[in-house]
Design a binder for this molecule. Structure first.
Ligand SMILES: C[S@@+](CC[C@H](N)C(=O)[O-])C[C@H]1O[C@@H](n2cnc3c(N)ncnc32)[C@H](O)[C@@H]1O
Length: 292
């Protein structure tokens, strides 16, 4: 039995909330009104017909047009992904060390949960899901970006990893039954939309969790000197505002390690780096853990 058949009952139609069945290369809802492409035994697309309306008025986020752009793209499995952004093997050493630390933290907080289903709601390439696949029966690798998904899917084949389902989807419309996951993570991804949009996603994430659960969300935090205008970097005040506005009770915010910003390629940072040394570009990340 292939992975999709085995776990088909955890999905639902993001447009009508009906169950889905497999019909050749498509997933079809019960009333037959919506169909979703199956690219491979472990690669599907479940995008909603109408996207959730993000708050495009937000002045700080110049990058959420990316979201609308991706929703209209078609996936091509033979896409050239040689330049897919975020390939782990091309990351500098400091970033690989940071990721290792973050994975250790996820394992530390999830050690008492069962290890059945883990979901990464914005998995990008294969940074976290390939590691989680060593411990969980099923890992769901979600993203919207076509190149990242195709790249990660090919990489899993190359490494003979067979317990990851790759799903192209929109995190504003979870295509899931409730109470199915033991761990849900979202790393470094609440950067494109408004705080109220992020709150919606985190609240929705919660409803997917079974009764021994953990959500792990990691946020960009404003640097003391510069602010990246293309994405939304949370200030400390905003992080705590978000925490207070999440409807679930058992949540905590922890300061995670300081890391050099990913924006080092920007000219201004390179100049400052030369002038002050690497340390000037470090900033702190915040992690929110919601746990029973
Ligand atoms: C900065 S990357 C972080 C990736 C990964 N979690 C990491 O830390 O390595 C943010 C990811 O969020 C994805 N994304 C943005 N909006 C999304 C949406 N509405 N639904 C699903 N994924 C989305 C992007 O495609 C991108 O891969």
């Amino acid at each position: 039995m292939n992975l999709l058949k085995k776990y088909l009952n955890i999905f639902k139609c993001p447009n009508t909330w009906e169950d889905l069945h497999i019909d050749w290369d498509f997933l079809i809802n019960k009333s037959g009104t919506f169909k979703y492409k199956i690219y491979d035994d472990n690669f599907i697309e479940i995008l909603p017909e109408r996207p959730y309306q993000v708050d495009i008025k937000s002045s700080w986020i110049k990058d959420n047009s990316f979201y609308y752009g991706q929703l209209n793209k078609k996936i091509n499995l033979s896409l050239d992904t040689s330049d897919a952004w975020g390939q782990f093997e091309k990351f500098p050493l400091w970033y690989q060390i940071f990721i290792k630390k973050e994975i250790d933290l996820i394992y530390k907080y999830s050690k008492n949960t069962s290890k059945h289903i883990a979901i990464d709601i914005s998995a990008w390439v294969w940074t976290y899901t390939f590691e989680l696949a060593k411990q969980y029966d099923l890992v769901i690798h979600f993203d919207l970006r076509d190149k990242s998904l195709v790249y990660a899917h090919n990489k899993a084949k190359e490494l003979w990893i067979d317990n990851i389902l790759f799903v192209r989807w929109d995190w504003f419309n979870f295509p899931f039954q409730k109470n199915i996951a033991d761990l849900i993570i979202s790393i470094d991804s609440f950067i494109y939309y408004d705080i109220k949009d992020d709150i919606k996603v985190i609240n929705d994430m919660y409803s997917l969790l079974n009764d021994k659960w953990i959500i792990f969300a990691d946020f960009h935090h404003s640097k003391p000197i510069f602010h990246n205008k293309k994405i939304h970097e949370y200030t400390t005040k905003e992080i705590f505002y978000l925490k207070d506005n999440i409807k679930w009770k058992d949540k905590k915010i922890i300061r995670f390690c300081s890391i050099p910003t990913l924006l080092l390629e920007r000219k201004i940072f390179q100049n400052i780096e030369k002038w002050l040394g690497k340390i000037s570009c470090f900033f702190v990340r915040w992690v929110m853990i919601v746990q029973k």
